[in-house]
Design a protein around this ligand. Structure first.
Ligand SMILES: NC(=O)c1ccc[n+]([C@@H]2O[C@H](COP(=O)([O-])OP(=O)(O)OC[C@H]3O[C@@H](n4cnc5c(N)ncnc54)[C@H](OP(=O)(O)O)[C@@H]3O)[C@@H](O)[C@H]2O)c1
Length: 283
């Protein structure tokens, strides 16, 4: 479902490329944040898709960037290059999420856009998946998103303006073999986005979900299992970042990246038996 709605305050703040920004902003960000300039919190900003999103926003949108990731050195490097503020930290418990939201609000006074990019993978037979890995994956990929949204949405709703962009996955739309828990976490994000949109769209808050296929990032190396399919071929993270940018500034509700992935997702929805037959033959 696409979601195209009239311009909002944040879109009117789109005044073309922001000036080249070097060096992360000082803790005085709050005092320096102009009322019309959106404050964007990006999680997963220290690597891969989140880092590419940060670069895309810094290059093309007049906004203040608050950046979360775990690795302080990589996060600082992204912040230095984008002019964002690093807010390093884990997102594995509700307390972590509330603490991040609190730091962001304390620093900037508000968060207009939440881009929830932090995530981890796990591949292999579900029957062999260590229970702790199930909990860790669900905590980062799903629970952290819900808790961050829970902490930040009320103020967006009361201002009548805001954006939440979730990084889902084609795995959540179709299911992927030997990625059962990962697929479940991403399917839950899409369902969350669809449900939340009904609730907050009438109050001026947009919810988008971006569903990439395979993306060329450290994700696969970090999960310990390389990407093993010949297709779809991994795309550069910049392509996903472009979709995220479009989701925010053009208010798109759902974006597959690349766009043709919408077809298997729709086929899975309308003719699941045919989809499974074709998937088994093409695997
Ligand atoms: N790569 C793909 O093929 C693909 C496809 C579809 C969807 N996605 C989704 O895209 C998102 C970004 O993935 P990516 O490909 O960019 O992978 P990535 O390069 O491994 O980046 C993952 C990001 O999540 C952060 N993160 C992981 N665990 C965290 C935790 N416990 N607390 C806080 N932050 C944590 C990482 O922080 P540190 O680096 O500081 O540890 C990093 O910034 C994920 O949600 C992933 O599921 C990826």
């Amino acid at each position: 479902m696409r979601d195209r709605v009239p311009s909002s305050e944040a879109e009117t703040a789109l005044v073309g490329p922001s000036p080249a920004r070097k060096g992360s902003r000082s803790p005085r960000l709050r005092a320096m944040t102009a009322p019309g300039v959106p404050v964007v919190l990006v999680t997963g900003a220290s690597s891969g898709i989140g880092a590419a999103v940060t670069r895309r926003l810094a290059a093309g949108w007049r906004c203040e960037l608050l950046l979360n990731g775990r690795d302080p050195a990589r996060l600082t490097a992204v912040a230095e290059a984008s002019g964002g503020v690093p807010l390093p930290g884990e997102l594995t418990t509700p307390e972590h999420c509330r603490a991040l939201a609190g730091r962001a609000l304390d620093l900037a006074g508000r968060v207009d856009v939440l881009i929830a990019g932090a995530g981890v993978g796990w591949a292999g037979p579900f029957t062999e998946m260590p229970p702790d890995d199930i909990d860790r994956l669900l905590a980062v990929n799903l629970a952290s998103v819900l808790h961050l949204a829970r902490a930040l949405l009320p103020a967006m709703v009361s201002r009548g303006n805001g954006y939440v962009v979730l990084i889902g996955s084609i795995a959540g739309a179709c299911g992927v073999g030997e990625e059962a828990v990962y697929s479940a976490s991403k399917a839950a994000l899409t369902a969350f986005a669809d449900s939340l949109r009904y609730e907050v769209r009438p109050k001026g808050v947009h919810v988008s979900v971006v569903l990439p296929g395979a993306v060329d990032t450290p994700f696969f190396a970090r999960r310990g299992t390389p990407y093993g399919r010949s297709r779809p071929r991994p795309i550069p993270p910049e392509q996903v970042a472009e979709a995220v940018y479009r989701a925010v500034v053009r208010h798109r509700g759902e974006l597959f990246v690349p766009a043709w992935l919408r077809l298997p997702a729709r086929l899975h929805g309308v003719a699941p038996a045919l989809f499974h037959h074709l998937a088994a033959r093409l695997a």
